[in-house]
Design a protein around this ligand. Structure first.
Ligand SMILES: NC(=O)CC[C@H](N)C(=O)O
Length: 227
C-alpha cells in the first residue's frame, strides 16, 4: 500500500505522519509538495496538520487552491482513502470534500492536550480496528477545531453514520454534537481534529492513534490490493 503525505507551506505534522506510516505499518510513504497534482501513484493520501499559509485569511482556505488539491479530489472521486488531520480536516472542508466548517474554539484559546474520544462508527476504513463505542485517548492541538454545520447537515451526518469520533467528557472547542471527526457519505474521506500520529508509541502517552493507520491498511488489504 502506497501512502502520500501532502506538504503545504506551513504544514508541521508531515514528518510525524510519515513516521506513523513507516513505524506502525512499515508501508511505503512519499512526501508530496503542494505544487504537484498527480497523486495517481498512491493508494491513500494523508493531509497533515499545521498552519498552511500561516492560517492567513481563514485556516485551510489558501491551501484549498493548491494544485495538489486537484489530485486529492480526483483520488477521493476514485474511492481512494483520504484522511485530513487537524489542518488537513480544515482544508477538506474548504474544498467541499467534507461538509461543514471549523471555526475558532469557543473560548478563543489554542488547546493542546490529550482528549478522550468515543469511536462512534467502527465500520469505516479508518476505524475498523477499533471497537464500536470504544473510548480512546488522542491529543488535540488546535485553535480552530470548533466544528459547525447547519441542522439539516447535522441530521444527515447522523442519519448516514458519518460522525466517526466524538469528544467524550469535555468538549474542548464547542463543536456541534461534540464532533471530533466525520467521514464523507461515500465513506472514503475522513477528517478529524485530534492527531492520531501523535499517539502511536508508549512513550507518547498513548498508542490509541495507531489503529487509525492499521485500520487503513487492513481495509485496503481486504478490499483493494494484495500487499
Ligand atoms: N495542529 C494543527 O493542525 C493546527 C490547525 C490549525 N491551524 C488551528 O490551529 O486550528
Amino acid at each position: 500500500m502506497r501512502f502520500a503525505v501532502t506538504i503545504f507551506p506551513g504544514s508541521n505534522c508531515d514528518i510525524d505522519c510519515i513516521h506513523a506510516v513507516e513505524d506502525v505499518l512499515n508501508a511505503s510513504v512519499t512526501p508530496v509538495w503542494h505544487q504537484e497534482s498527480d497523486l495517481s501513484r498512491y493508494d491513500a493520501i494523508i493531509l497533515p496538520g499545521g498552519f498552511s499559509y500561516g492560517d492567513y485569511l481563514r485556516t485551510g482556505v489558501l491551501a484549498s487552491f493548491s494544485p495538489v488539491m486537484e489530485g486529492v479530489k480526483k483520488a477521493a472521486r476514485e474511492g481512494k482513502l483520504v484522511i485530513g488531520i487537524c489542518n488537513g480536516f480544515q482544508i477538506l472542508t474548504e474544498v467541499g470534500l467534507l461538509p461543514g466548517a471549523l471555526r475558532r474554539n469557543s473560548r478563543l484559546k489554542f488547546r493542546c492536550n490529550f482528549q478522550t474520544l468515543r469511536v462512534e462508527n467502527a465500520r469505516t476504513p479508518f476505524t475498523c480496528d477499533y471497537e464500536q463505542g470504544e473510548l480512546i485517548s488522542i491529543p488535540i492541538a488546535h485553535g480552530e477545531g470548533n466544528y459547525y454545520c447547519d441542522d439539516a447537515t447535522l441530521a444527515e451526518l447522523k442519519r448516514n453514520n458519518q460522525i466517526v469520533f466524538t469528544y467524550a467528557g469535555e468538549n474542548p472547542n464547542g463543536s456541534v454534537s461534540d464532533i471530533a471527526g466525520i467521514i464523507n457519505r461515500e465513506g472514503n474521506v475522513l477528517g478529524m481534529m485530534p492527531h492520531p500520529e501523535r499517539a502511536i508509541l508508549d512513550w507518547m502517552g498513548s498508542k490509541d492513534g495507531a489503529r487509525v493507520f492499521t485500520s487503513m491498511l487492513q481495509y485496503w488489504k481486504e478490499n483493494c490490493g494484495a500487499a
